[in-house]
Design a protein around this ligand. Structure first.
Ligand code: MG
Length: 288
């Protein structure tokens, strides 16, 4: 791959690319993936000026599985567990969790950890604890049946936690394959957005040299923030509409790009959409 520098548009020193995994980089949705897309993405990731961060709800073990199953490039950072952990990945493959981040978000829980919150929430009707590897110090994860009264359960949980001076937030999502609800309790300030902002700060990036890519609801906060972001073309039309409206209402319409396909003859789905978004914001990174 050759990167051409266009006149009047100097090549940036570095670019921080923060991308969601499932259905964004990983082509595990129903839409087709362009055959050359992941190869082109890997070529971009190999550029030493590109700092690559995966931003995912997956835990460390599931990120490892994704890297192997989908032959994804080794990232420089992984923001895992819905923003509650930030790992640096050394060239030798060693993962180090960022303690500054853990301490910062831990303050929301008033020094308490996963096991302490489990005790506070013991006996909450409807909640069933998820497997051990899906838990971590600042992420407490339960299953909740799809037919359960989500609002009532969430209110009950928040009341119990507030009574213990724990500032938390609940993230609800659906595991469509298992047909079950996922009910995650996180520190209030732990989110994909806050973790990406922290990574920018730690690594000396600003919005002008950062791009985020995502596809769904748990990416929304970043997608509609001041960070230039791309929604891949395979994202749900409802998510696209919501992102357009939220970005407009927060004055960030220029920082939201929805991939439509056509870049390098690809369809804009998954990694093709990420590449299209990078070319949109940083044409000097466009490959030839
Ligand atoms: Mg996703």
């Amino acid at each position: 791959m050759i990167f051409l520098v266009s006149v009047g548009c100097p090549m940036p020193e570095r670019l921080l690319l923060c991308t969601d995994l499932d259905r964004t980089l990983i082509p595990n949705g129903p839409q087709p993936e362009s055959s050359q897309a992941r190869n082109q993405f890997a070529a971009l990731a190999a550029d030493p000026r590109l700092v690559l961060a995966y931003v995912t709800g997956r835990d460390r073990q599931l990120v490892h599985e994704a890297l192997a199953s989908y032959q994804l490039p080794q990232p420089d950072f992984v923001i895992a567990d819905v923003g509650t952990t930030i790992y640096s990945i050394e060239p030798d493959g060693n993962w180090t969790a960022d303690e500054v981040w853990e301490t910062r978000i831990g303050a929301d829980w008033n020094g308490r950890a996963n096991e302490d919150l489990q005790q506070l929430l013991a006996g909450t009707p409807g909640l069933r604890l998820q497997e051990e590897h899906k838990q971590n110090r600042h992420k407490l994860s339960y299953y909740l049946a799809l037919e359960a009264n989500l609002g009532a359960v969430a209110r009950n949980v928040m009341e119990r936690l507030r009574a213990a001076d724990v500032r938390a937030r609940v993230v609800w999502s659906i595991d469509e394959q298992a047909n079950i609800g996922l009910f995650d309790i996180l520190p209030e300030s732990a989110s994909k957005y806050h973790a990406v902002a922290m990574l920018q700060q730690l690594q000396g990036f600003t919005d002008s040299d950062t791009v985020f890519s995502g596809d769904s609801g748990n990416d929304m906060e970043v997608l509609t923030s001041s960070i230039p972001a791309v929604l891949v073309a395979n994202s749900d039309p409802q998510v696209q509409q919501e992102a357009i409206e939220l970005a407009a209402s927060s004055g960030h319409s220029a920082q939201l790009y929805i991939a439509r396909g056509g870049y390098n003859g690809m369809n804009g789905n998954y990694s093709a959409g990420i590449l299209e978004g990078i070319a949109h914001y940083h044409p000097q990174w466009r490959d030839r």
